[in-house]
Design a protein around this ligand. Structure first.
Ligand SMILES: Cc1ncc(COP(=O)(O)O)c(C=O)c1O
Length: 455
């Protein structure tokens, strides 16, 4: 088979400033060894997130010019709404400025002390928004997900037995059940259509709504097409419609699988819940036909939703990460397998066994990738999840480093450069040191904590 090429040409370029390791050591010290505090023009390859970092297409930029900025009833909103409904046929589609705003609105209404919100794995902002109301965010991912080497094709699945048990024992405490597709915090792993349907059946039998966190819905559908029996000949758009047909609503960050730089939405079928959400939206985001976005953003999302289900794009997208994963494995770098949709997750705890989890092996690896190669990645481990609401600290289940691939941004030679940086890290791995935290906030500490390398 021929090389799976980037299925686009480059029309506009952004220069990359090539910094030196000496410069980067100074920048790391000034940033308190927190990569979120590094300026992006001091980064060579930015894999911090795939969120909001997509390259927009010529069609999207064209649509941006068509954006109608009317306060109420903008045609841009109706184009946005139609594009969402084409794939996700919910009754109420409520735009927000990004995904976490949709989460905050939903959980401010249905959360609260004593409530329990299960999911396969909550993303950090979802967990934060649930816990901020006093409710408990509960992860019920399938047991295969706990083994980074297990090649199970749907490691994002929710554990149906534990879900059934939870609802059987304490349904009165559960306002909604969630499913994150793909499962970002769990390694970008997909949820099968069979699992979505079975979860919906259980949830509905207990009289509860199922809400999908659909940030990476198209990548999830592509995996269903490639891996699930009986789905191979179906169109991705059809699979997407099936995924959402059994849900009662969704939260969405359009910064992922809508190729937009900003945006999101909350979609619901329940009229009363939607009315409460719109009231809240008006207080916190804006009028329901713009919801914290400009008309031009709504247009970019509408076109992006059409482009994201293109199967040539999805084939190239998933192959890029597989390619990086294969090269890393050949260097002896342990990664979560199979490779996820939007990112390669490196098992830092296994790569750096001499660094104890509470000295943050994931952060140590991320810092070293930046120092040696100007590559910015994201720790998904004890820094991100280790701080408990009562202020105590516990090692996360895994210490991973996420190499999140922005959509349509980097080429194969960027991927090859990344692999070369890893080769250097592997060579020096025994010299890498852990870190300690010198200051941190009470929630979502990975964004603003400051670190110091251990001697
Ligand atoms: C699975 C998942 N849910 C929710 C969010 C929050 O979306 P946003 O960053 O647009 O607020 C993210 C963002 O990374 C995510 O990956």
């Amino acid at each position: 088979m021929k090389t799976i090429i980037e299925p686009f040409r480059i029309k506009v370029v952004e220069p990359i400033r090539l910094t030196t390791p000496e410069e980067r050591r100074g920048l790391l010290s000034a940033a308190g060894w927190n990569l979120f505090a590094i300026h992006s023009d001091d980064v060579i390859i930015d894999l911090l997130t795939d969120s909001g970092t997509s390259a927009m297409s010529a069609e999207q930029w064209g649509a941006v010019m068509r954006g109608d900025e009317s306060y109420a009833g903008s045609p841009s909103f109706y184009r946005f709404e139609a594009a969402v409904r084409e794939l996700m046929p919910f009754r109420h589609i409520i735009p927000t400025h990004q995904g976490r705003a949709a989460e905050a609105i939903l959980f401010s209404i249905i959360g609260g002390p004593g409530k329990v919100v299960p999911s396969n794995t909550h993303f950090d902002t979802t967990r934060g928004n649930i816990e901020a109301t006093g409710a408990t965010a509960l992860d019920l991912v399938t047991p295969q997900a706990h083994d980074p080497d297990e090649p199970y094709p749907f490691k994002g699945n929710i554990d149906l037995v534990r879900l059934e048990r939870l609802l059987g024992e304490s349904a009165d405490r559960v306002p909604v059940v969630m499913l994150t597709v793909t499962n970002n915090a769990g390694g970008g792993q997909p949820v099968s259509l069979a699992n979505i349907r079975a979860a919906a059946e259980i949830v509905h039998r207990h009289g509860k709504p199922l809400i999908i966190d659909g940030c990476r819905f198209a990548e999830n559908a592509w995996f269903i097409k490639c891996r699930e029996e009986g789905q191979g000949s179906r169109k991705v758009a059809e699979i997407v419609r099936d995924m959402f047909a059994v849900a009662d609503g969704m939260i969405m960050s359009a910064k992922k699988d809508a190729f937009a730089n900003i945006g999101g939405w909350l979609a619901l079928n329940d009229d009363a819940l939607a009315a409460a959400a719109r009231n809240r939206l008006i207080l916190t985001e804006g009028f329901p036909t713009y919801g914290g976005l400009a008309g031009r953003d709504l247009e970019a999302i509408a076109v992006g939703l059409h482009e994201i289900v293109d199967e040539q794009y999805l084939r190239y997208r998933v192959r890029t990460n597989e390619y990086i994963g294969e090269k890393l494995l050949s260097l002896g770098v342990p990664i979560v397998r199979p490779v996820g949709g939007h990112a390669v997750f490196v098992n830092a705890r296994q790569l750096l066994p001499h660094i104890a989890p509470l000295n943050y092996p994931g952060q140590a690896l991320a810092v070293s990738l930046y120092e040696l190669g100007g590559v910015r990645a994201c720790e998904i481990g004890t820094v991100m999840f280790g701080l408990k609401p009562d202020g105590t600290e516990q090692a996360a289940e895994m210490d991973l480093v996420r190499l999140a691939m922005p959509r349509r941004v980097y080429t194969q030679s960027h991927a090859d450069y990344l692999v070369e940086v890893f080769a250097e890290v592997v060579q020096r791995r025994e010299q890498l040191r852990g870190l300690r935290i010198v200051s941190q906030p009470t929630q979502l500490r990975h964004f603003t904590a400051r670190f110091e390398p251990l001697p």
